[in-house]
Design a binder for this molecule. Structure first.
Ligand SMILES: C[S@@+](CC[C@H](N)C(=O)[O-])C[C@H]1O[C@@H](n2cnc3c(N)ncnc32)[C@H](O)[C@@H]1O
Length: 406
């Protein structure tokens, strides 16, 4: 439980004096038994102050999807601050997230075309340019917006690492699809299992003399590398590979020699690229449709992210049981995906939809809801979370020397 966390905040500049802040658990809005999974209703900057006491260096992946400052009035929040206030608030939040990240941890920030450049410069200042990892383009809509000069069909994800090198060493790969797996076959019934053949020759540009020779196949046939190319290894090394059964000369033994690369010996997965298409990770419309199916009683949240997008982020940036943080939880997408993917999570949302939408959504997830990424990952339900509200009281003891009474 997070109820023993306590912080003292100096809010005299805002006319609210010295505040003592704690988290109050709300049993009626929680579900299941013992867990550290938490949904916190309150301002993220205050909640993060509290969390730093327990979670310094513990968060493997933080995702934030702040309001984009596009001057819209949504049903559940208003997005019309001045540019400077908007930027200051996000930077304040990110400054508090950074110390919570583990050494291999990362922060992922959703943002649009209007603000990405300002935010990038501001966040470079917080993380250091050396810890900027990449800007990902996400195709967030596939329909055309004809009223605009350009139909804006993409958004960005800015990715920062706590420590670039440590993040790189630990980051996850994306699952191979069936198309890639089907390239591995076993025409010679090799006991080591399916394999894929790859070229044994390379461009001759940087070759040494020892890479040019006639390779003799087990049936005596002699093979030379094609013009302008050489063998990848010298003659002794290739003889050893042939003896180990690692070279394939075709079904009849007369084919061009190729190397056998075994599926069982490979690190499986794709290196993630920087262009994430709608058919891979979904669109805003997909996310809204999912919420419409999920909530028949409430107003649907206006700006949800699709579960597949968050799944991809968590696949790259975390492993099962790692702690995931979202400080702008909205409709609870990150918490729902983290829950389904077996990550621990803390979500912070200041609006009442923390209770009306996030809680209802996670309760559905625990009951085994079938939308979003559920089918793909075989989600069947289970788990628990606690709901907390920020409670702040004026603490006069910090001014008068007396302890305040709760
Ligand atoms: C764009 S939405 C997030 C949507 C979310 N990714 C989803 O998939 O549903 C931004 C959310 O941040 C919340 N928010 C804005 N400022 C906040 C603050 N200082 N502390 C906590 N939540 C905040 C808003 O109420 C809103 O729900």
């Amino acid at each position: 439980m997070l109820t023993d966390l306590q912080a003292t905040l100096d809010t005299r500049a805002e006319g609210r004096g010295i505040q003592s802040v704690t988290l109050q658990a709300v049993k009626s809005l929680s579900s299941g038994g013992k867990t550290d999974n938490a949904i916190i209703q309150g301002d993220n900057r205050i909640a993060l102050e509290l969390l730093k006491q327990r979670y310094k260096g513990k968060v493997r992946c933080a995702y934030i999807d702040p309001p984009y400052n596009n001057q819209e009035k949504y049903t559940h929040y208003v997005d019309d601050q001045s540019h400077d206030t908007w930027l200051d608030e996000i930077v304040e939040c990110v400054k508090r997230i950074k110390p919570l990240l583990s050494p291999e941890g990362s922060l992922w920030v959703s943002i649009d075309d209007r603000q990405v450049h300002y935010l990038k410069v501001a966040l470079d200042d917080v993380f250091g340019r050396e810890n900027f990892v990449s800007t990902i383009i996400w195709e967030q809509r596939t329909t055309r917006e004809n009223r605009k000069v350009f139909s804006n069909n993409h958004e960005y994800l800015l990715v920062y690492a706590s420590d670039f090198k440590k993040f790189k060493d630990k980051r996850g790969l994306l699952d191979w699809n069936q198309e890639v797996l089907s390239r591995f076959k076993n025409p010679d019934n090799d006991p080591r299992g399916p394999w894929q053949s790859i070229s044994l020759n390379v461009q001759a540009g940087h070759a040494t003399k020892s890479q040019f020779y006639e390779l003799v196949a087990p049936n005596g046939k002699r093979h030379s590398p094609p013009k302008g190319r050489c063998w990848v290894h010298n003659q002794d090394r290739l003889k050893q590979e042939i003896a180990k059964g690692n070279i394939w000369f075709g079904k009849d033994g007369n084919g061009v020699p190729r190397f056998k690369r075994f599926l069982s010996e490979m690190r499986r997965g794709f290196t993630p690229h920087t262009l994430w298409t709608a058919d891979e990770v979904g669109t805003n419309d997909h996310a809204k449709k999912h919420l419409l199916e999920l909530f028949t009683k409430q107003d649907v949240f206006d700006t949800p992210k699709p579960e597949s997008l968050i799944k991809r982020i968590l696949s790259i940036a975390s492993e099962p049981n790692d702690l995931v943080l979202d400080a702008y939880l909205g409709s609870g997408t990150t918490a729902a995906v983290a829950h389904k993917m077996g990550r621990q999570y803390i979500g912070i949302e200041r609006g009442d939809h923390a209770a009306t939408h996030c809680v209802e959504r996670i309760k559905e997830v625990i009951a085994g809801e079938r939308g979003g990424i559920s089918t793909e990952i075989g989600w069947t339900g289970g788990g628990a979370f606690h709901f907390y509200r920020l409670d702040s009281r004026s603490d006069r003891s910090k001014i008068t020397g007396k302890r305040s009474r709760k």
